[in-house]
Write a protein of this length. Structure first.
Length: 120
């Protein structure tokens, strides 16, 4: 029995030996390099997440601004048409078309349409 215990102890002791030519310092340096690479990967992934969050926030801000711009455009249109003597039915027809155009035409396209119209 004592021989079995002694063999197990020797086996465990042998398992803890470093491979030939490898020092503790080598292992420490390798572990530091690997943890540094891991840290760089974590930082890189966090940077990607932050970038994606910034894009999402920018898109949300644009959506809020577009909504305010759309509502303002509707208000200006209603007031201008009322001032020009259009009926409520005509105003509602125009507002319906505007609503559809807000989905189909980008802000940039709408600006181009306006500037092209203005040149006539």
């Amino acid at each position: 029995m004592e021989q079995v215990v002694a063999k197990r102890y020797q086996w465990r002791k042998d398992q803890r030996k470093l491979p030939e030519g490898v020092t503790k310092e080598d292992l420490i340096r390798q572990a530091q390099e690997q943890s540094g690479d891991l840290l760089l990967d974590v930082i890189h992934n966090l940077a990607i997440e932050i970038h994606n969050l910034n894009i999402a926030l920018e898109l949300k801000d644009r959506a809020i601004m577009d909504t305010m711009d759309n509502d303002s455009a509707r208000g200006y249109t209603i007031q201008a048409m009322k001032d020009a003597g259009f009926t409520k039915g005509d105003i509602n027809k125009v507002l319906k078309e505007m609503y559809l155009n807000f989905d189909d035409i980008s802000v940039e396209q709408a600006e181009k349409i306006y500037y092209d119209w203005k040149q006539f």
